[in-house]
Design a protein around this ligand. Structure first.
Ligand SMILES: Nc1ncnc2c1ncn2[C@@H]1O[C@H](COP(=O)(O)OP(=O)(O)OP(=O)(O)O)[C@@H](O)[C@H]1O
Length: 513
């Protein structure tokens, strides 16, 4: 799993005692001394809960209970859980589940592979779930209960193919249990370690980045700023598609949708690389249907009908109109001037210092307050790491990393392209990364119209956003039946037979929680 590899890689980075804050801006220094650092990149999110925190924790009207997840309605795992809920009159407990093995642990709790304890259904027919178990008492002592609550609330809201489905949640003694979809493919950090040169190919990067972008688009629509994107938090589902995980650092805020005219709104978005004027690249075979050029133009029309994210900016609008007069090519010219519903939490503002060092946005470090644009910064770092096998501003220690993020210009390693097509793709993705890793959040791509700006960048040209969930991913994890049969063998720390069979008694012996 990524966990152990991440420990090996970054253990020293999260030693707060070695951090020197002397070279950081004055605005950062006073409150950065309160930071709590954990020891692994996996759980390296740092947070400061001080009086400067202004996160809004509104109860959203969009809250969906775990009983209503339309996109999972016909799934066996969902049906099994609904049946269980019916049979138990809605009173689920730990005794309804058999914990099979520990999948991993983080700052908030441990995650276990589990099955419904049902003597009538045995072996390979049983659905597998991931259960996150959080010790509320321990978190309360560490002042982290609110983070766990936030994660639970957010998980309850989500209903999207690239985000976790919360199948059930219940309390057992002072433990909170969240039952979610199990992702057998591990995470993208571990997956990257297995790639040649520990780097994903440009096509695999495009695939994972496109799905991640859709997940973040949905989160922003729901008023959620994710704030902790990194390959470790992108899990690979049974079918090879992705699932973002770990929402305890997310910020939930109100999002006020607006209706804007499409033409003017798209005119104000930064466009793709001026140097990437060549035909879109041919893609690796499995992804061809998704990344075909034919789909690109029709996609533009479709997008007009989905919820998109727009921010008005008269100045930029003017510039774009001027460009149009100059005759610049623009696919939007062919589109109707339909109104668009806009839903980006651009007014979200937080003073919290949260994230993972190498992924922190400059505005988070400088403590000036940040909003949804932090997710577009982390998306840039994510793309960079997937492609180059390291993050762009990593220093010898955490303080150097933070300084580099604030001061160091972005640079790309030289990588020989195997073909002119790959070279062109590299130029495009570098252009996108350069636009995402703009230190001023107001000038960063995505800050005007959110994900729609990024989806329209040349690098994603040809991606069929509507069909991406149906195409074959770069890698598909081992057969689920094999995982089921191996779940009782020694792959990960195994639970004792007693604990497996009697999880409801483990309150007396909770050594593995
Ligand atoms: N649905 C899942 N399927 C498979 N493994 C999972 C699932 N959810 C979490 N895990 C694994 O469990 C581990 C801990 O999960 P998670 O990151 O949610 O915990 P956390 O306490 O919030 O961690 P962090 O310290 O990063 O905030 C991770 O290694 C992750 O890979």
């Amino acid at each position: 799993m990524a966990t152990s590899k991440a420990i090996a890689r970054d253990e020293s980075d999260y030693d707060s005692s070695s951090s020197s804050l002397t070279t950081l801006p004055e605005s950062s220094r006073s409150w950065m001394t309160n930071l709590s650092f954990s020891s692994r990149r996996r759980s390296s999110s740092v947070s400061v809960c001080s009086s400067t925190t202004t996160d809004t924790t509104t109860t959203s009207s969009l809250y969906l209970s775990s009983h209503a997840k339309p996109h999972k309605a016909n799934q066996a795992a969902w049906e099994a859980m609904s049946r269980l809920r019916r049979d138990s009159n809605g009173h689920l407990g730990l005794h309804h589940f058999r914990l099979l093995r520990r999948l991993g642990g983080g700052d908030l709790g441990n995650v276990y592979l589990c099955q419904i304890r049902n003597p009538l259904v045995v072996g390979s027919k049983q659905s597998l779930y991931a259960m996150k178990v959080v010790d509320r008492e321990a978190l309360s002592v560490r002042n982290k209960l609110q983070r766990a609550q936030m994660e639970k609330e957010i998980l309850g809201m989500l209903d999207h193919p690239f985000l976790p489905t919360l199948y059930a949640e219940f309390d057992a003694s002072h433990y909170s249990c969240l039952v979610m979809e199990f992702c057998p493919g591990g995470d993208l950090y571990a997956s990257r370690q297995r790639q040649p040169g520990k780097r994903f190919s440009i096509q695999s990067t495009k695939f994972y980045a496109a799905e991640t972008l859709l997940a973040m688009e949905y989160l922003h629509m729901m008023g959620i700023v994710y704030r902790d994107l990194k390959p470790e938090n992108v899990l690979v589902r049974e079918d090879g598609h992705i699932m973002l995980s770990d929402f305890d650092l997310s910020l939930k805020c109100d999002v006020v949708p607006k209706l804007l005219r499409s033409k003017s709104s798209f005119k104000n978005t930064p466009r793709g690389s001026s140097s990437s004027t060549t035909a879109h690249p041919a893609c690796a075979a499995p992804m061809q249907s998704c990344f075909s050029s034919a789909s690109f133009r029709s996609k533009s029309k479709r997008e007009n009908r989905v919820i998109t994210i727009i921010r008005e900016n008269a100045g930029v609008q003017k510039q774009q109109e001027q460009k149009e007069d100059e005759g610049e090519e623009d696919v939007d010219d062919e589109e109707d001037d339909e109104p668009e519903l806009v839903a980006e939490p651009i007014n979200a503002k937080s003073m919290s210092f949260v994230g993972t060092h190498e992924y922190l946005a400059p505005e988070v470090i400088s403590g000036q307050g940040h909003g949804s644009a932090v997710d577009w910064w982390t998306f840039g770092v994510f793309l960079y790491e997937m492609l180059y096998g390291r993050t762009p501003f990593k220093g010898e220690n955490n303080s150097k990393t933070l300084l580099n993020i604030l001061k160091q210009p972005l640079a790309f390693p030289r990588i020989a392209a195997s073909s002119s097509k790959e070279y062109e793709e590299m130029v495009r993705v570098q252009d996108l990364i350069s636009k995402l890793l703009v230190k001023n959040p107001k000038k960063r791509i995505g800050s005007f119209t959110g994900s729609v700006e990024i989806k329209r960048h040349e690098f994603f040209r040809g991606v069929n956003w509507a069909l991406i969930r149906s195409i074959r991913p770069p890698e598909v994890p081992a057969d689920m039946n094999k995982i089921r049969s191996s779940s009782n063998k020694v792959l990960l720390p195994k639970l004792s037979k007693k604990d497996r069979d009697q999880p409801y008694r483990i309150t007396h012996n909770f050594d593995y929680f």
